[in-house]
Write a protein that binds this ligand. Structure first.
Ligand code: FES
Length: 113
């Protein structure tokens, strides 16, 4: 089921930006966060939890982590903390995402070997 958004762009909105969300075109205004753009585009969930529960942005200030999305291939990005840019490729997350393996630092390499 698709839900229409209940959010409207600000009347003083900035330049129009074009992005995709799961391959579908969406727009944002300069100065919008990705969470605001996604909420304005649709009332649907922006991700599903590991239990399959639909979630979407809630606090809009980086606290709840309910807005996690994939941005240009980078998972677990807080949509409320990232400004929209033209050409971004966004994807809803379904379930848990893996953690990115950090490369070892020279100090760690020496300790290992
Ligand atoms: S909406 Fe709460 S962390 Fe993004």
């Amino acid at each position: 089921m698709t839900i229409d958004s209940r959010f409207l762009p600000r009347p003083d909105a900035g330049a129009l930006l074009h992005m995709t969300l799961d391959g579908a075109p969406i727009t944002a205004r300069a100065g919008d966060t990705l969470a605001a753009a996604i909420l304005a585009a649709s009332g649907d969930a922006s991700r599903h939890s590991t239990m399959g529960t639909p979630r979407t942005a809630y606090c809009m200030m980086g606290v709840c982590f309910d807005c996690l999305i994939e941005v240009d291939g980078q998972p677990n990005t807080q949509a409320c903390m990232v400004a929209a840019r033209d050409g971004m490729v966004l994807a809803r997350q379904n379930g848990a995402r893996g953690l990115r393996k950090l490369s070892s630092t020279p100090a760690q390499s020496n300790a290992d070997g």
